[in-house]
Design a protein around this ligand. Structure first.
Ligand SMILES: [Zn+2]
Length: 218
């Protein structure tokens, strides 16, 4: 009897995850059923390549209720001046947000880490992009509902240090706090909306980076 109970426990699905899991996707392919890219998307993809991102196309998907992933890519890695940066936990993102993200990783994050902390960035940890939801406390769809925003949680350096927004924005060493403020400010120059711990409690553990054409930096 006990053995049967144990077996049941092990085959029970693991549920209760707070974040909506990424929907299953077809493997990215250039020969997907996506219509030919618009000239605007083509230009964006070529800019993304110029920014040294390694990526694949993702077929367009529509989830209803204003939620969709259109013109998105899957970032495999970003190349900085002389290293490769991996990006964790990130599903499809619009080309429009991937492009400034690649440039920010190289010119903003990596160079700031080198100058302020004496080590290159090797990994950027995220809380993901696509999520069919509203801006908290409003009836307006979030940039995450169209994969047009990325939530960045932490940076891992070549020397093994991990600088996280949650732990180090207020409580890091002076250099770590300065690094986080510099990369936040450089994000403001590249993204329409940049939100961090200074904005509200909901952003205490990440930077929200969105390519919405707004000019909002907090
Ligand atoms: Zn966000």
């Amino acid at each position: 009897m006990r053995r049967i109970l144990l077996a049941l426990i092990f085959i029970a699905p693991i549920g209760g995850c707070i974040d909506r899991p990424e929907p299953p996707r077809q493997p990215p392919s250039r020969t997907s059923n996506r219509p030919l890219p618009t000239p605007q998307l083509r230009q964006c993809l070529s800019q993304l390549s110029a920014n040294r991102a390694i990526f694949t196309d993702v077929a367009d998907r529509f989830y209803g209720n204003g939620c969709a992933t259109v013109g998105t890519v899957k970032l495999a890695a970003l190349n900085t001046d002389n290293a490769t940066v991996t990006v964790t936990n990130l599903g499809p993102v619009t080309c429009g947000v991937a492009t400034p993200f690649a440039a920010w990783a190289r010119y903003g994050v990596d160079r700031a880490a080198h100058q302020i902390l004496g080590s290159r960035v090797v990994r950027i940890e995220t809380f993901g992009s696509y999520s069919c939801r509203n801006v908290a406390g409003t009836s307006r769809r979030s940039g995450h509902a169209t994969a047009n925003a990325i939530d960045v949680a932490a940076f891992v350096l070549g020397d093994g240090r991990r600088i996280s927004v949650l732990d180090d924005w207020s409580n890091g060493t002076p250099a770590e706090r300065r690094f986080l403020r510099v990369v936040h400010d450089s994000a403001c120059k590249r993204f329409g909306t940049t939100l961090g711990p200074g904005y509200n409690e909901a952003h205490a553990n990440h930077f929200h980076l969105e390519a919405d054409g707004a000019d909002f930096c907090r």
